[in-house]
Each structure stands twice: as C-alpha cells, then as structure tokens.
Design a binder for this molecule. Structure first.
Ligand SMILES: Cc1ncc(C[n+]2csc(CCOP(=O)(O)OP(=O)(O)O)c2C)c(N)n1
Ligand SMILES: [Mg+2]
Length: 516
C-alpha cells in the first residue's frame, strides 16, 4: 500500500464518504487511490469554491466532515472564501492539499507557495505530513480535529503519497467535548433569575430541534425571550418548535431589538456586533450597562450546557413550558413579483422537511416573518457573509440528505461566483430547486451606498453595482450546465413553476425577474 492508499483507507475508517475534488499532478496518487480503495465517492468541482462550499453544506447537514482535495496553494486559494464561511459556521471539513515532492520543493517551482500560511486563517488544525509513515496518524488527527467543529487542513507532499506505507493508523477516537464549566452555568442562572427582561441568544447546535426544545423549556420557566444569531449555520424551524427571531443584519433594527434587555445569555452565539463599522454607530449592539454572560464557551457540548442550565433553573421560575405552534401557511399572493411576494410564495409552497439554503440577499429578508410556523424545515444561512456559498452549499446539503428537497433561495450576484455548481446538480441528479432572485443588481450594496450618503450613484459607481448591459441570460446559463430552467415575471407563473419543480425529481432553476 502506498501513502495515498493508506490515506484513503484511513479516511474511510474515520467515516469520510465524500471527496469534493479539483486535483492536479500533486494529488494524482490520491486520485488513483480513490479507485483502488473503494469507499469514498469523488465529486469533481469545476472551481475550488464549489468544492469547499459543498463540503460546508454536507458538513452542516451530515454533522460529520466531507473531504476536499485541492491543488497546492492556488487551488486552496480559490476555495478560501467558502472555507471562511465554513469556519464561521463551525462546520467540520477535512482539506487534503497536495504539495510538491520534498526533493522538488527547493527549486521553487512555479506553483509553489506557502500553503500552511494560506490555510492557517481558515483552519483550526493545519499540518504538513512529515513522512509517509506519519500519514495514517495524520489523517486520524485531521478527522478528529474537524469533528470538533473546525476545518482541518492536511498538506501532503507528492513523494510521501507515493512512498510505501506499512504503518497502521491509530484507532479513530471520535469527538470528545470539554467538561462543562459550572461557574458559567451558575452565572447564567443567576442572570436569568435576577434580571427583569432577559434573552437567550442562541447559535450553533442550540438551534437544533433538541436545543430549541430545551430553550423553550427555559423560556417557559423564566419568561425570557429566545433570539438567534443573525446568520445561523443551521437552524431547525417550523411547527412544534419555538419561534425564535434572528437578530437583524441592519444595525438600527438590531439595536432596536436588543435595546430593552437588562441581560442576555449567549449560548453558542458571539457577542452581537454590527457587520461593518459605520461612523458614529457603536460596533457592539449591546450597551455597556446591559449584562451579558455566556455558557458552553470553548469546546463544550452546547446542548448539554443548555440542558444543564435548564435543570439548574428547575422549579425556580414561573410559568409553564411554551406549547407548540400550529402550522400556519400564508396563501399564494397575488400581483407583482416583489421580494415580499417571492418570500410569501415560497412559504406557501415549500414542502415539509425542505432544506432552505438562504443566500437570497436583499430578497429573502422578509421570508423569516412568514415562515416560522410552516411544517418543519431546515435553514442554512451565510454565516461568514462571504457571498457565493449558496449554490455549492445546496449541492453538499442535497448529497448529505438525498431524501429531502433542497431549495436554494439565491441572489443573482452571489450565484455567479460559484455558478458551476449547477453542473454538479445535473451530474448527480440532485433534488434542488434554485430560485434566482434576479434583481439584476448588487442591491445590498446600493443600500449600503445610500447609508454612506450616496443617494444617486454616478455612472462609475452604478457600473460597479449593476448586473445589466447585458442582463444575465439565466435560462441559457442553467441549461448550459444541464439544469432545466424557466424565467418568470409574475407571481402566478412563479407559483406554477415552483409547484412543477417541487413535484419533479432532479434539479431545476427558476429565474424570478424582480421589480423591487
Ligand atoms: C466574497 C464577497 N465578495 C464581495 C462581497 C460584498 N458584497 C456584499 S453584498 C454584494 C452583492 C450582493 O448581490 P446579490 O448577491 O445579487 O444580492 P442582492 O443584494 O442583489 O440581493 C457584494 C458584492 C461579499 N460579501 N463577499
Ligand atoms: Mg442581486
């Protein structure tokens, strides 16, 4: 067995099933090993941002890592933006990056660069394999590190992939959480008991069905509010689960939401801050006089932390646990195809168990107000704010959950960063409906310009925020990648197209030409 085969065999033993790859010469021994050692499906991404975004979507839904296989520094570089999103989402991902043979590296060949330096900022664990015999152990450690909710990047020189490997991999230990911090839990319990108006701000795994049920119990006992971080990596929603509002993206709305709390408890969420620094607007959304405490910080099990907090409050609060909400669907709206109408049409038609990948930009904002008591569904959001995540994330989510419907609620600008993911949808026959929010602009940036005092962008600025001249021909783009597509300009046509798409297996794309 050579090093590459040992790498693949060990990865399979650690539970890796999928490899999103865009290989080159320095990864070819691993490509060959994928053929000789069965157990990992290779999925070619036509751009590395597709590989990394798909690994993010897979990891969010499967709750275990997929592998990426990327070519040297430049390949990793192309994948960085979606690794950034995955890092912010605490998604488990294992990157395997080929490196030049150790004997070739000193001549500084053209593709050589500092791969560790590039990997560091997005990775919780980075290593360059030191010899063939270290490879099996390195893979075990990489998968273990990733499983704790981070990106693990293993850089493997070409000659070590080719060398004979006789070492046995150590057993895969699985993921272990750090022990809970009793003082943290006590501080949170004290805040909830003593402060008048309080909220739990939830993030990470606390937005799972189990976590939300515990949060609802705490709300029932203490009368606190439940809020979610702005762009959660994954959130279960719908009937049977408590309604949890997201902290808004825009500072003034976020400040308004949080202004009246005497204290908040963070559980898997960070201290709320504005996305950007605006002159005269504080970066932190909470004021200094508002008390804040956090539980489950570090590598602890967040659901266990929340559950322990709930147990410690038992009998000391007032009220009963919140009851489940009944399903309430809005009707299909009438009239023009506005952002609100699009959101309402989706809410009216999305099936139970849908996975909604939201990179809807300015269009999807209102969806949340209309969808919190729909049949149960899962939301994946753009946790790191780096656009171009939606298309590949949908691919990864669909591969993780082949029996569920994936709806990619996708702004046009963001879609075009990683549009090649449509080809994967066609190639794998994935059950994904892509709703393109075709406002033919970087609408969010037009709003940001306005906030910066530019009411009417001039010709030059306009050219940098508009997607016209020519408008993107979405039907041709989509069909070109093998995905059937239609374009709609009114609500009735959207409802028809969406119903048809949801009823048929396989991918399809609907361009929604938006007025406002
Ligand atoms: C990788 C990356 N590049 C650039 C940006 C800056 N940016 C924020 S929103 C935006 C435009 C979004 O346009 P679109 O996806 O069409 O959504 P819309 O605002 O039109 O709803 C850009 C370029 C970003 N967030 N991430
Ligand atoms: Mg747009």
């Amino acid at each position: 067995m050579n090093g590459a085969e040992a790498l693949i065999k060990t990865a399979i033993d650690c539970g890796i099933e999928l490899c999103f790859a865009n290989p080159g010469t320095t990864e070819l021994p691993i490509v060959g090993a994928l053929d000789r050692i069965a157990g990992i499906k290779g999925v070619l991404g036509l751009f590395e941002g597709v590989c990394t975004g798909a690994a993010d979507g897979f990891g969010r839904m499967a709750e275990r890592p997929a592998m990426t296989l990327l070519h040297l520094g430049p390949g990793l570089g192309n994948g960085i933006a979606n690794l950034h999103n995955a890092r912010r989402a605490h998604t488990p991902v294992v990157n395997i990056i080929g490196e030049h043979a150790t004997w070739h590296r000193p001549v500084d060949p053209p593709l050589a660069m500092d791969i560790e330096g590039l990997a560091g900022p997005v990775s919780g664990w980075v290593r360059t394999t030191a010899s063939t015999k270290e490879l099996p152990g390195d893979i075990v450690e990489a998968v273990r590190a990733a499983s704790s909710g981070c990106i693990a990047t293993l850089i493997v020189p070409h000659d070590y992939q080719l060398g004979a490997c006789t070492t046995q991999a150590p057993p895969f230990p699985g993921n272990e959480f750090d022990p809970l911090d009793a003082a943290e839990i006590e501080a949170a319990a004290t805040l909830l008991r003593n402060k008048k108006k309080t909220a739990l701000i939830l993030g990470g795994k606390t937005l799972s069905s189990e976590g939300l049920a515990i949060a609802a119990r705490i709300r029932g006992m203490m009368g606190c509010d439940l809020l979610a971080e702005t762009f959660p990596a994954r959130m279960e929603r719908g009937s049977g689960l408590p309604i949890v509002e997201h902290i808004p993206y825009l500072p003034k709305y976020a400040q308004a939401m949080l202004a009246d709390y005497d204290g908040v408890v963070l559980v898997g969420a960070k201290d709320p801050v504005t996305f950007f620094g605006y002159p005269g607007v504080p970066s932190r959304i909470l004021r200094a006089d508002q008390e804040e405490t956090a539980i489950g910080t570090g590598g602890q099990d967040l659901v266990e932390a929340l559950s322990t907090l709930a147990d410690s409050l038992k009998g000391k609060g007032v009220g009963a646990p919140a009851s489940s909400a009944q399903v309430k669907r809005p009707p299909i709206p009438e009239g023009a195809l506005t952002s609100a109408a699009v959101c309402q049409t989706l809410a009216a038609l999305q099936p139970e168990g849908a996975i909604i990948v939201d990179e809807g930009g300015a269009t999807s904002v209102r969806y949340y107000l209309m969808s919190d008591v729909l049949p149960p569904h899962t939301i994946l959001r753009i946790t790191g704010g780096s656009i171009g995540y939606g298309m590949p994330c949908a691919v990864g989510a669909a591969l993780a959950c082949p029996d569920r419907t994936v709806i990619n609620f996708q702004a046009d600008g963001g879609a075009l960063y990683t549009v090649q993911a449509l080809w994967n949808e066609a190639r794998e026959g994935l059950n994904i409906t892509t709703l393109i929010c075709s406002n033919r602009s970087y609408r969010t940036l037009v709003g940001e310009l306005r906030r910066a005092g530019v009411e009417k962008p001039g010709k030059n600025a306009q050219a940098l925020v508009s997607l016209t001249d020519p408008a993107i021909d979405w039907i041709s783009v989509s069909r070109g990648f093998g995905v059937p597509a239609v374009s709609v300009t009114d609500v009735a046509a959207l409802a028809d197209a969406l119903k048809r798409s949801l009823a048929e297996p396989g991918p399809s794309l609907i361009e929604m030409v938006l007025g406002s």
